[in-house]
Design a protein. Sequence first.
Lengths: 293, 293
Amino acid sequence: MAGDELSQRIENALRRALARVTGAAAPPRLAAACEASVFPAGQRIRPRLALSVALACGDDRPLVANAAAVAVELLHCASLVHDDMPCFDDAALRRGRPSVHAAHGEALALLAGDALIVLAFETVALAAAADPLRAASLSLVIARAVGMPNGIVAGQGWESEPDPDLGLYQRAKTGALFAGAAQAGAVAAGAAAADAWGLLGYRLGEAYQVADDIRDVMCSERTIGKPVGRDEALGRPNAVRELGLRGAALRLKSLVEEATDGVPVCPGADALKTQIRLQASRFLPEDATQYAA
Amino acid sequence: MAGDELSQRIENALRRALARVTGAAAPPRLAAACEASVFPAGQRIRPRLALSVALACGDDRPLVANAAAVAVELLHCASLVHDDMPCFDDAALRRGRPSVHAAHGEALALLAGDALIVLAFETVALAAAADPLRAASLSLVIARAVGMPNGIVAGQGWESEPDPDLGLYQRAKTGALFAGAAQAGAVAAGAAAADAWGLLGYRLGEAYQVADDIRDVMCSERTIGKPVGRDEALGRPNAVRELGLRGAALRLKSLVEEATDGVPVCPGADALKTQIRLQASRFLPEDATQYAA
């Protein structure tokens, strides 16, 4: 499936899911805040990963795969909305636009995040009509990726600890949902080897984190659409400070290679490897990629 | 099943669910905030309703019924934690103790709410091992009770509208999770007539809301463990202001009668009616019940 086709499939599935919460019966302001939390599209890296894995594994239940992609993206969007709030990062910008709480107020941002978390699970529950066993596994995979003790919420929770384990922190904050996205795609397509898919996802998540660290250090606010230098301001670990710019870029390259090498045997393995390399090349803005050349 | 036995079953199931998020791998402060969001026990009205309905319908999958009870209570607790936060009610007290954000800070209160929402769905997903079809229906029932456009989150969202439909507001804010609790219990036990169970739940939810309005107007902070007179301060509808104290008490009585009259045909209908009357008698503090005599 070409990149544009994948994009279209993700946006259509997200639109259908959002339509369920923004209809005439819904409180209009909260509906608008939910809409603004999901659109316009960011990079959609996680749902692309989920769908790419499902396609590589045969994609024999496309409705379940769509639910997997929608669920991981909604959970990601919810985490961004809550993370941007004043009691966490207090970020006024996201993707170059006002963050949800800046535009819609704190109350609606909090509720929009809650609503998207619930909608993620509702979307998976609706996919049970196509395949109840896979939907149940999917629900468990995404719950673990986002909840306590190892998911995004736990990752964010480590930021409130005086002396956090930085490895656990980053695995939970970023890695868990990448792992969950890859597993979700595999589960949706009825593939075995969910653990191997999870490991692949963790590596891509770490690669994305390293790329994010590079961006945080070297790019202008305009390029990445959110405030820069925040890791340092907030005392968070950063691969560039640990490894230097060139070291971080090499680490990124090696993680992407480990991820592609680790693609389990499946009908579409080669196409998936190509897709992973293509996606990973988009993790960094162009002027940063030279460092790993 | 006697009241004490029901209580024990609910607390044990909640303890088992919470143990999954508060183990050694979890960030300790967030784990403590999650714990404080669920214990010590409030009245546990919604999980009692879920289990009582499941028992009335035969309770042939007790693990699924337990998951139903746990999920509705976790979602209720999450909504209280988020509602108490400064951007909503800014309530420093809950059940006579400091609210979660007052004791643990806003960041951990927000995350604890998120974690409990996810744990609710995870608990239901785990119950799929006992019965995947019922678990999938259960997941959908609770998602609708809590999400947009008709669940708790929507109810809270109506508070941000300039001219909310008060009927929609109260049905979503309070009624939806009572309806969801009753439906969840029925679905967990494989009963048909989910709509009839939902209607019964809505009536009990409205009865509970009327009782809450009576408490809000007449009781001391000490009796109900949270600030009083807040409905008026926040411009919310209140049955006592609309119907007077005696009118509200009579409305409460009539709603409970409608609910018991509406119990669908099921093996344990009589015991359930007794249970509903007993529970409803606890909605009000003793010195208020005289008004409906």
